[in-house]
Structures are given as C-alpha cells and as structure tokens.
Design a protein around this ligand. Structure first.
Ligand SMILES: Cc1ncc(COP(=O)(O)O)c(C=O)c1O
Length: 396
C-alpha cells in the first residue's frame, strides 16, 4: 500500500459528523437555525462557563472580544510574542497600541515575570494570553497581576479546547474575562471555519450577540424608537429591528454548528489520543541529544494541539530547513509555529520592537518544529516519523 502524506495536524470527521451536517442541509434553516444555540449551550456546559457565543472564526472571536471589552485607539494591549498573528491583529483592527511579551523558558507561553516588567512601565488595558500548542498559560499568576494592575484578560484558547489549568477547564474563565476558540480544521475540534467565545459576564455576553450580527437586535424592551417600533394600536411592528452599534456579520451557519456539536461529543477521545501520541513521542525522543520535547506542567492538562520539538540546530550544524525538506521528501509534514509576531513586516514597520528584547522567543523560533499529531495518526506512521527524525539528526 502506498504511504500517505502526514500533515502536522488535520481534522477527524466521520460518517456521524457528515450525517449531522446533511440533516441540516436538508432542512429549511441552514444559517440561523436551532443548532447554533444548542452548540453554544453544550459548549458552555463542557467548559463550565455561563455563556458561549459561536461565531465565524477564531479571529472573529478575538475581534469581537476586544470590542466587547471596549478596546479602542487609546487602548494599550499586550500579547505573547509567540502566537498566530490574529492574537495581535484583533486589537490592531481597533487602532490600539500592541506590544508583545517574551515567552516563558519552560512553557513558551507568556512569561509572567516579563509581563509584570511591562505592566510596571505603562498602563495596560488588556492582556491576551495564548495557550500555545494546547498548554495553558500560568493563568492564576496572570490573574494576580490583573488584581494588582487592573487590566482585562482574554485567553486565546484556540489551541487548548479540552485542556485544563488547576483542574478548571480552559474556557471556564475562572481567571479571565473572556476565552476564545477556533474550529479551523487543525484545531482540537472543527466546523470548517468557526469560533466560540466564552464568558461569565452577562454584559459582555449581550454585547457579543450584538457585535456578531451588525449590532442589530429585536428585543422590544430595548427599542429606542418607540414610534417606529409600534403601530397605532400599540402593537409591535413585526418587521421592526434596531441597529444599536456598529457590528459585523460574524455568524456561524447552522450546519457548521451541527458539526460542532457532533465533534464536541468526541473531544475527550480526541484529547486522550493526542496525549497518547505525545507520550510515545516523549518516550522515544527522551535521550536524543540536542532535542527537547514539549513542556507539560503539573497543574496543566495539555491538549497537544501541536507537538513541537526543540532542536539545537546550531550545535548540530544543520538547518531547520534541511530537516523540514528531508521530512517533506519522506512525506512527513512539519511546520514552524510561530514566527515571532513582532518580526512580521507590518509590526516591524509600525513599532520596530527589538529582537534582543525577546531572547526566549527568538531561541524558541530558531529551534521549534511541529511534527505530525492528529487523531487519525497510526502507530506505524508515528514510528516512521520518529525513525526519520532520529536518523537525520544522527547522520548530519
Ligand atoms: C493562537 C491562535 N489564535 C487565533 C487563531 C485564529 O483562528 P481562526 O483561524 O479560526 O481565525 C488561530 C488559528 O490559527 C490561532 O492558532
């Protein structure tokens, strides 16, 4: 049998998932039907939050969250230097000042010590912490800083659905105002494109509902223009709605939500399998010189959205690109997640932050390589990946 190409991550969709989507496609309501609220309720129950709002993507979730927290052109925000650009872009959309924090040496999530250094220097309105690769940031320590310096917290949990910190599910918002998720195909569960926001704050929840759909609502008790809203018999005009603020079309479809519900029922199984794959990699890579396996703190339940190894290419005298190309030829996908965001031309040209201020992020960037981890990865395939990596490191 011909071997298949193994990507660094991919979705797992089965016949049950497909049938759930088909059922909605055969119904009358394919966009704003009943599945969305069902998905939100099940999601909130799963993570242990009061409210959940489904939306078009993880990026939309971050953007709306910034809006709901009142971020604007006068705001100052901090996020992790190692993340996908969306964690910073969401505040840029609103004209806010965006700065980055170096990552922690052990977890590669935002460094609490570096965060405090920045908080001491300037007033910050919002910190967006990123649970890189599925390993939660040190949320209880960040929360302590929130109490001391007074800022909002968004957890960018796009990698960490199914994970825990201090035994609280990621998304419970135990230590934050808002938590955001993505359902892009490589993420812990998928809806194609899609996202979710969780919060325990009713005011934030109500704002998010408005921002998701053009700022429009149909709640009679909140209508401002009673003359337009009611007829001469004091009956509410059936067509009437009001636009209260400038929102977006950030909605998810009903068939995506149906897929999301179906995927959510498999999430624990997915997370367990990813942990098994990671454990086997950890075991096989344990004694390989110049190779470090991913962190896993005691108070964290990792989701292993990514399995990222750190290789000291300098000491080995090879380049990351050489290894990546070799693996690619052997039908093994790998990826660098992520290029430090402050190095991206947009951010470089606008802010010109210095690499020397982010030594841990720079070292991480030099060494990090994410290798395949996904639900459908077979043991034989994993053995082959391990063999190929070790062989390349030993003979180059
Ligand atoms: C950490 C992080 N934040 C935000 C996003 C944005 O999510 P989406 O692609 O669903 O817009 C991603 C997705 O790639 C991500 O990895």
């Amino acid at each position: 049998m011909k071997s298949r190409f193994l990507p660094y991550g991919t979705q797992y969709i089965d016949t049950i998932d497909r049938n759930k989507i088909l059922k909605i496609l055969k119904s009358n309501l394919i966009t704003q039907g009943p599945e969305i609220k069902k998905f939100e309720d099940k999601f909130a129950k799963y993570v242990g939050s009061k409210y959940a709002v489904a939306c078009a993507s993880g990026t939309a979730a971050l953007h709306m969250s910034c809006l709901a927290l009142g971020i604007n052109s006068k705001s100052k925000i901090l996020t992790s230097a190692i993340t996908f650009v969306a964690s910073a872009n969401c505040a840029e959309y609103l004209g806010a000042n965006v700065d980055f924090v170096d990552v922690d040496k052990k977890t590669f999530c935002i460094s609490v010590a570096e965060l405090e250094k920045k908080l001491k220097k300037k007033k910050i309105d919002l910190v967006i912490s990123v649970h890189l690769s599925g390993h939660s940031s040190d949320m209880s320590e960040i929360y302590k800083l929130k109490k001391k310096y007074n800022f909002h917290i968004i957890e960018d949990s796009c990698h960490a659905l199914g994970g825990k910190f201090n035994n609280f599910k990621v998304g419970s918002c135990k230590y934050s105002d808002i938590s955001t998720f993505s359902f892009h195909p490589v993420k812990p569960i998928t809806t194609g494109e899609g996202g979710m926001i969780t919060t325990n704050n009713k005011k934030i929840y109500e704002k998010l509902l408005l921002y998701r759909t053009h700022g429009i609502h149909k709640n009679p008790s909140k209508f401002e223009n009673k003359k337009l809203a009611y007829d001469k018999y004091n009956q509410r005009n059936m067509w009437y709605y009001e636009m209260k603020l400038l929102g977006f079309n950030y909605r998810i479809t009903d068939f995506q939500a149906a897929l999301g519900i179906s995927q959510l029922t498999k999430l624990n199984r997915f997370t367990k399998k990813r942990n098994q794959i990671a454990k086997y990699y950890n075991f096989k890579f344990k004694n390989i010189k110049f190779l470090r396996t991913p962190p896993n703190s005691k108070n964290v339940h990792h989701t292993y959205h990514l399995y990222t190894i750190l290789i000291d290419f300098k000491k080995l005298g090879i380049t990351k690109n050489q290894l990546m190309k070799y693996l690619y030829k052997k039908k093994i996908g790998s990826q660098v997640l992520y290029i430090p965001v402050f190095l991206q031309p947009y951010y470089k040209n606008k802010y010109n932050y210095k690499s020397s201020d982010f030594p841990v992020s720079m070292e991480y960037y030099e060494q990090a390589l994410s290798i395949p981890i996904f639900h459908g990865l077979k043991k034989k395939e994993q053995d082959n990946i391990i063999k190929k990596i070790i062989r390349f490191l030993n003979f180059n």
